[in-house]
Design a protein around this ligand. Sequence first.
Ligand SMILES: [Zn+2]
Length: 482
Amino acid sequence: MGDSMATSSNHANNTYRGKAPKYVFLFIGDGMSFPQITSAEMYLGQKNGTKALTSEYLSFSKFPAAGTALTYDAESFIPDSASTATALATGEKTLGGVINMDVTKQIEFTPISKKLKEQGKKIGIVSSVPITHATPACFYSNVPSRRMAYEIGLQLADSDFDFYAGGSFDQPTGADKDKVHILDVVKSKGYNVINTKEEILELNSESGKTVAISPVLDGNAMTYEIDRKADELALSDFVKKGIEVLDNKDGFFMMVESGKIDWAGHANDAAASIHDTIQFSKAIDEAVEFYNKHPKDTLIIVTGDHECGGMSIGFAGTGYETFFNKIDRVTMSQSKFNGIVKEYKENTSKDKAKLSDLYDEIKNAYGLIAPTDEDAKKEENKSMVLTQYEINRLEEALKQSMRDSEDRIYTDQEKVMYGYYEPLSITLTHILNNKAGIDYTSFSHTGLPVPVYAIGVGHELFNGYYDNTDIYEKLAAITKVK
Ligand SMILES: [Zn+2]
């Protein structure tokens, strides 16, 4: 230990002399740091009848190696997903919004996925959000701005990688809607593009280069786990299928992003965050099952790219207590509740709008009960009854919601209360979070470090406290790429 400290330029141990693993999984929970993981574990712990926090519940938190990575980028302590995924994929710090290029936006970096492709491995890229989004894009493209989704899609088509799955393509006909449809371009490069459950479940090692798009989409992303119906494909299904498609004698590299943990963080949606984190763990379980069959040839790394929302366990109004059981009352994402507010707006004039019109919808979505409701008298509902203070907040928010977006007032106070989210929905989310003993500080990312977990070949390198660029350095050392 003393030796390595003396000879290393930093605290990270990035030297590896063992044999390289054949199969490598890199799981990235977007916006996932300690609070997102711990809240999911506490929720499951509470559900299973114990308040003791164990690491029994999310498979990856009991991996044999655990470390902590700093996430700052070339311009800010609070980074975005483009600069952090560039760091993870290439070991280089860059500016926010930049995909695999240097701070001058002139020099292109080569991601580890391309280097591993050159070694002869098959490559899979899976994401629950659009496949052209910043995190997946950093594993197959180089562009000066993450907004260039069509250009990113063109580079995907040219990547010759073997498996893309999950969300669909942003800007499918370009920013000005005047280009050849991206799926036609992708098909012209020899990809089999599929989007039905039947076709996806039939995938196997003979399937060839594949782009498998979730049959159920919300925009171009997969739905939040909390909104997913039981018969719809989950992130774990795409990982399972990816393993079947990629499995071959020369090995594979698979990057899997759970992108909506981040979106839930921006929206301060604790229930959605917890359910997406649990689903992410199930996706990781698929890799663990594969690892159990090939323990001497497999490496699995799980990390986050940055924290999002400034989530915390503990709220001023609940002190030392948490009530994770209240998360169970939530039946849909805030994003889905926005649809209910939108419909109400379409059918109600501004001067007629009143909160009580929505009490049934609020009760169904959040479990929050109006004091006038018969159910408010029941003992088990007491803590879910809206207080006068909460009703006042909701009435204020509804007024703001009823304004057309052009007439909406964004005072400093409103920006802090609602961000740019649907005012009534986000206020309901905040009230529910707080009743559970959870709070958020931001609608943006934060500068918190992220945990890193590893199991398998070379896992011991991931112990310690280091920089996110070291995750690339360790992976490069272990897989012996140049
Ligand atoms: Zn984000």
